[in-house]
Write a protein that binds this ligand. Sequence first.
Ligand code: HEM
Ligand code: HEM
Length: 186
Amino acid sequence: MRTRYSIPTIALHWTMAAAIGAAWLLGQVMEDFARGPDRVAATGAHALVGLAVLALVLPRLLARWLGGAPMAEAGWQGRLASAGHLLLYALMAAVPLAGLAILLSGRAPFPVLGLFEVPPLLAPLGLRKALEGVHEVLANLMVGAIALHVAATLWHALVRRDQVAARMLPFLSRRPPPAAPPATSG
Ligand code: HEM
Ligand code: HEM
């Protein structure tokens, strides 16, 4: 039986955790800029990091499917963990898709750091304001779900002291204690 996730799944978990954290921070920073080139550049950086998260969702699901996973815990705790993971996967795709929809709803093409432009394909729908609200609410929901996810990991590592955290953090693996030396007589 597997005791931890496969190396590609672990690598993608942590790369995406870092990218999601960076996208969230850039989301906060860009809101502080007044309208102008600095805000456009910060939004471009935010969009690029966010699109990287979106691009990694499919490879991550493939890695998870092909690489397998440790057995989920039996009972309600295992079911709660699986439901929480499903929610995290859904938000990993939904948050960047809602962000992309905002830029697709702009009045003009949006330049992403001079690398490419997002065309205003959805502009006729007039949904930009509503999509900004959807993106913000989903991003906040994701932050809440991640906070609970990290709290659950800490609970496993520090309170239950089991091997669940080590499935994604293999350096935490505890080796079994060495066998006692055979008793010697005389
Ligand atoms: C995991 C990925 C992402 C996260 C965590 C995230 C998070 C955020 C946050 C926290 C804000 C500030 C919301 C507010 O306080 O009003 C924001 C705004 C924004 N995001 Fe994202 N975002 C992500 C991906 C994307 C992507 C892929 C795009 C575009 C391609 C995008 C486009 C935008 C835009 C245009 C805004 C400004 C909306 C406004 O003016 O209210 N985001 N995002
Ligand atoms: C410091 C931050 C984080 C820590 C300590 C952490 C820790 C862990 C651990 C220990 C597991 C294995 C749980 C198990 O086998 O039951 C796990 C799985 C998972 N994590 Fe995280 N994580 C963090 C951030 C994130 C972020 C930002 C996301 C994405 C939004 C995320 C999404 C997931 C998902 C979807 C799984 C389930 C994998 C599967 O079974 O398919 N994690 N995480």
